[in-house]
Design a binder for this molecule. Structure first.
Ligand code: CP
Ligand code: NVA
Length: 336
């Protein structure tokens, strides 16, 4: 464990493909250890005295809270900097901001739009930068999802991991590449017009060759979900794409995760995962607005499946914190 943490020291965490399979699995194992220590009340202040900047251009519940609590548990000070709090890209370039933040903070989390921005921060800040979601990737989500899979099945290799819905969003990209990296039978099941970009599929195929994993991209729901261990979905319209609701509802309604889809897996032990937030009822102003305009009371997942025995979404949400803690500890902390 120690040799791996030495190797990861100072490294940024921008997307799955930047890591080897062993490194990626190490984050998950470290998260399991840190989760157990938290439950037992064992202190793990590997970032004692450090200062961490949390940059958010887009809103967040889980990622913000996970980074904040993880920092405090690790002995660090988190500083939230929202989209209107600093000059980032408005009156000051990302490069200059990176250089300033790097002089004051020991690590930087960034959530925003273009992936390029997090790359510029990593290139110029001189400190580890952690991607809390960009338009292209959501790698801390992947770690939490795989920890949840490991907790349920005891392994990742060979797990039939099916992502259903918008196949070209950040979460789909991350799960496709991450799943291939760790040797899963990873499938993207979506309409053809929402298939992942060719370059992302190629990265996943190359990684699957090395890991013994498998990559399938299909628009056929029956074929996609057959034998699934995991059914995963995400919102049909990601942050920044709000104009696309009508189009996505038309395209993605056949890909809704409902009782029929769960039955089609033929696996009573299948688990349901969702990065959240989810549109499964009318308990949000957003959900009520969609209901008024488009007549849908549930979107990517039915309330029945969301609340069923298959659903592990709140374990998954908790695991954001343990895995984010592992990433920060491994890349910045003192794990001696
Ligand atoms: N899953 C996830 O990233 O949630 P938030 O948008 O609330 O951070
Ligand atoms: N694809 C979603 C993920 C939210 C956690 C979005 O980008 O809005």
């Amino acid at each position: 464990m120690l040799a791996m943490s030495t190797k990861l020291q100072g490294k940024s965490f921008l997307c799955e493909k930047d890591f080897s399979k062993d490194e990626f699995l190490y984050f998950i194992d470290l998260a399991m250890k840190l989760k157990e220590e938290k439950k037992q009340g064992v202190p793990h202040r590997h970032l004692e005295g450090k200062n961490i900047a949390l940059l958010f251009e887009k809103p967040s519940t889980r990622t913000r809270c996970a980074f904040t609590v993880a920092c405090i548990d690790l002995g660090a000070h988190p500083e939230y900097l929202g989209k209107d709090d600093i000059q980032l890209g408005k009156k000051e370039s990302i490069e200059d901001t990176a250089k300033v933040l790097g002089r004051m903070f020991d690590g930087i989390e960034f959530r925003g739009f273009e992936h390029k921005k997090v790359e510029i921060l990593a290139e110029h800040s001189g400190v580890p930068v952690w991607n809390g979601l960009t338009d292209q990737w959501h790698p801390t989500q992947t770690l939490a999802d795989f920890l949840t899979v490991k907790e349920n099945f005891g392994r990742l290799e060979g797990i039939k991991f099916v992502y259903v819905g918008d196949g070209r969003n950040n979460v789909a990209n991350s799960l496709l590449v991450g799943g291939a990296l760790v040797g899963m039978d990873v499938r993207i099941c979506s309409p053809e017009s929402l298939f992942p970009a060719t370059e992302i599929v190629e990265i996943a195929q190359d990684l699957a060759k090395q890991s013994g994993g498998r990559v399938t991209i299909t628009s056929n729901v029956d074929e996609g979900v057959a034998g699934a261990d995991v059914i995963y979905t995400d919102v049909w319209v990601s942050m920044g794409e709000e104009a696309k609701f009508a189009e996505r509802i038309a395209l993605l309604s056949p890909y809704q995760v409902n009782r029929e889809m769960i039955q089609k897996t033929g696996n009573d032990k299948v688990i349901f995962l969702h990065c959240l937030p989810a549109f499964h009822d009318l308990e949000t102003s957003y959900g009520r607005d969609i209901h008024e305009k488009h007549g849908l009371a549930e979107m990517e997942v039915t309330d029945e499946v969301f609340r069923s025995k298959h659903s592990k979404v709140f374990d998954q949400a908790e695991n954001r914190m343990h895995t984010i803690k592992a990433v920060m500890a491994a890349t910045l902390g003192n794990l001696d």
